[in-house]
Design a protein around this ligand. Structure first.
Ligand SMILES: [Zn+2]
Length: 381
């Protein structure tokens, strides 16, 4: 039976489509359990890596370790380097987030592209950073996984410090400091090393330039073709101001329409504004997307005087996300800048008994040819 006829049959009998009938998701070679898990409960993503690293107050010498003691440039602040020089710290942070209840861990690779690492003159190490970071996350997930609560390592792919669609020079709107092909090559190398290191899925995140994200998704697609692997992809953008647009100018609806061809397992927003200001945009995506919706905000707006750089305490962030979830907006939630294992533990607790967001009605009514993996039985007839 094809999915279309299965859905039609379901519509007649009133039964929800089974996971096997949900055709639109690609045939994953890893992370296969994720669609079914997302249909049954709200999954929890970990919190900020950078915020946790900050709390170790590492010196330049500690970032370098023995291996890079004589490196010609400063490396303090190069968090991805710590996967090589202080893997004990990265593993410890991973374990804290898993103990707090995270289903999905992000690898310590947000800035591990050759493009981002060239700021530190460490582009030649990008491959090793990705492979090693993936291995550390994989190892932590395997140690915490149980049949009831499997854990997943998501290869974190950041936006890079460069932007393909905006000029870095106010006097020359046509100027660019990076192009699509350079981004694609850097992302391909990153995704390949993450795959080899053992990630279960990819997370293209903190997107402020849709063209950069397109290059990442194109590279991942090429990688899938070259290797025969197909991993779930999470896509997460960043709305940077109250106009509700990402930095390269798109509204969230345009942003979704620009990237939905990649058939992401989740689509959503993270970082910048904090939960309160993000809510209308998450509500919009919840109505638009025929895929699972993710949200992992910062712990409010930045405050340089605070210990983590952000003000919201775990009960505040978790309370806001609980309201999102109760309004039916969310399938996956976690934290971004300023969040800690305490935040994630509170979020996990607050969302444990809230039902995940349902597919928007326009997709349910259409017989869900685009993937109705609906975890809430009851009114599909
Ligand atoms: Zn953030």
């Amino acid at each position: 039976m094809t999915t279309a006829t299965a859905s039609a049959a379901n519509a007649r009998t009133g039964a929800a489509p089974t996971p096997a009938q949900a055709l639109a998701q690609p045939r994953y070679t890893r992370g296969q359990a994720l669609p079914t898990l997302l249909a049954s409960r709200i999954l929890i993503l970990d919190g900020a890596m950078g915020t946790m690293i900050q709390q170790y107050k590492l010196s330049e010498a500690e970032y370098r370790g023995e291996r890079f003691a004589d490196f010609a440039h400063d490396v303090k602040g190069n968090n991805e380097l710590l996967s090589l020089t202080r893997p004990d710290i990265i593993s410890e942070i991973h374990r804290k987030y898993l103990a707090a209840g995270a289903d999905i861990l992000e690898t310590n690779t947000f800035g591990a592209t050759t493009i981002a690492q060239s700021d530190y003159h460490m582009e030649d190490l990008a491959d090793e950073m990705n492979r090693e970071s993936a291995r550390l996350a994989r190892e932590a997930c395997d140690a915490f996984s149980t049949p009831d609560k499997p854990r997943f390592a998501a290869g974190a792919i950041g936006p890079t410090p460069k932007t393909a669609s905006i000029s870095p020079d106010v006097n020359d709107p046509g100027a660019r400091n990076v192009d699509f092909d350079q981004l694609r090559d850097a992302y391909y190398a990153q995704a390949k090393a993450l795959l080899e290191g053992g990630v279960d899925l990819f997370l293209v995140e903190t997107i402020f330039d849709t063209l950069n994200a397109k290059a990442a998704l194109f590279a991942i697609d090429e990688l899938f073709e070259d290797t025969g692997e197909v991993l779930p992809i999470m896509i997460s953008g960043t709305v940077t101001d109250a106009s509700g647009r990402i930095l390269s100018g798109q509204t969230v609806e345009a942003f979704w329409n620009s990237l939905r061809h990649a058939r992401p397992l989740t689509f959503g927003l993270n970082c910048a504004l904090g939960a309160t200001l993000m809510r209308p945009y998450i509500a919009e995506l919840a109505k638009l997307c025929n895929t699972y919706v993710s949200v992992y905000p910062n712990a409010g707006l930045p405050n340089p005087m605070s210990d983590t750089g952000f003000d919201e305490t775990p009960d505040v962030t978790s309370g806001l996300l609980k309201e999102f979830a109760q309004a039916g907006l969310v399938n996956l939630a976690g934290g971004c800048c300023g969040t800690t294992p305490e935040h994630v533990a509170e979020i996990a607790k607050a969302l444990a008994d809230v039902k995940p967001r349902r597919w928007p009605s326009q997709y349910r009514a259409a017989g869900a040819a685009d993937g109705n993996l609906d975890g809430n039985d009851g009114d599909d007839a």
